[in-house]
Ligand binder design. Structure first.
Ligand code: NAP
Length: 293
């Protein structure tokens, strides 16, 4: 069994980007920039945004965080986004979700220029992904594909079964794997909560991608020998032996499924670290495609 080390791959990606940015600086060129906009005081969102900012700084990317009060109006937020759409120093715009209830998230996402949509949530990015045009794929699914590529896991003609159909993981990773492209070209099945017997589908998977949000739901008798397992889930379960009283597990029963799998991602340390790495990578791509050098 090969353990897929997302921490290492993410570190490699950051280091590759750091080298490219150093090169730009040495040539006296503008560097890629990412602005993160956060509304309100949600502690989890504050932590996410801080870690994204730190990751940018570490690779020499320009970064800025706009911290806005929870009672900012939707109109004010949209005006701020529009100003960053015009700003030549920031090539990626990230609005941390969720937003307060009085702000329409769809409107916010659609106001971000699709040329700066490094989260890949804009309908133009989603549409381009579906029709197979080069675009910004959302970061977690893009990270999953990167893991498959870097671990040289054959995808062409293989049966990829995705459990979960959310707009941020399930649907985009299914669309990515369906494309006639390197690291894809797969036969794709998407399973969701309406399936009567999900194991009927999961047992057929050469590559199983679990994005369910249910702790350790995928058991060993639900997969075939030699499967490659990508576990996206992040779930807290009670564990009195831990100081915090809980531990984090994925959607896959790692201990038992890993005995049958050829490749498997751990949780934590698998898909999780890839999300920020791909955000940086998408920002670099936005700079390359549309930035003034
Ligand atoms: P979500 O929006 O809640 O979607 C979960 C999907 O799983 C839904 O499509 C749901 O089906 C399906 N599902 C739920 N119970 C099921 C069952 N018993 N059988 C079959 N399908 C079932 O979750 P998400 O945002 O995609 O996230 C999934 C997990 O990944 C969560 O644990 C989340 O924390 C984690 N995550 C991790 C990262 C990362 O960076 N590593 C990023 C994003 C998410 P229906 O559509 O029918 O309801």
């Amino acid at each position: 069994m090969i353990l897929i080390d997302g921490k290492k791959v993410a570190a490699d990606i950051r280091s590759e980007l750091k080298d490219k940015i150093s090169q730009l600086k040495a040539e006296g060129k503008n560097v890629p920039g990412l602005v993160a906009i956060i509304v309100g005081e949600d502690p989890a969102s504050q932590i996410y945004v801080a870690s994204k900012g730190k990751a940018c700084e570490e690779i020499g990317m320009r970064t800025k965080t706009e911290k806005l009060s929870a009672d900012i109006s939707e109109a004010e937020l949209l005006t701020l986004i529009q100003s960053y759409n015009q700003n030549k120093d920031y090539h990626g715009i990230l609005v941390q979700l969720p937003l307060p209830k009085h702000i329409n998230e769809d409107k916010v996402i659609e106001t971000i220029s699709h040329k700066k949509d490094v989260d890949g949530f804009h309908p133009i990015s989603v549409g381009n992904l579906v029709i197979g045009k080069d675009t910004f794929a959302s970061c977690t699914p893009a990270g999953i594909q990167e893991l498959l590529i870097r671990y040289k896991i054959e995808t062409k003609g293989k049966h990829v079964v995705v459990v979960g159909r959310s707009n941020i993981v399930g649907k985009p990773i299914a669309n990515i794997m369906l494309q006639k492209a390197e690291g894809a070209n797969s036969i794709v099945t998407i399973v969701h909560s309406a399936a009567k017997d999900i194991s009927y589908y999961t047992k057929q998977a050469d590559i199983l991608i679990a994005a369910i949000g249910k702790a350790e739901m995928i058991k060993a008798d639900m997969v075939k020998d030699g499967v490659a397992v990508i576990d996206v889930g992040i779930n807290r379960i009670d564990d009195p032996t831990k100081i915090k009283g809980y531990r984090i597990v994925g959607d896959v029963d790692f201990e038992n499924v890993s005995k049958k799998a050829l490749f498997i991602t751990p949780v934590p340390g698998g898909v999780g670290p890839m999300t920020i790495a791909m955000l940086l990578s998408n920002t670099f791509k936005a700079y390359n495609l549309y930035g003034e050098k």
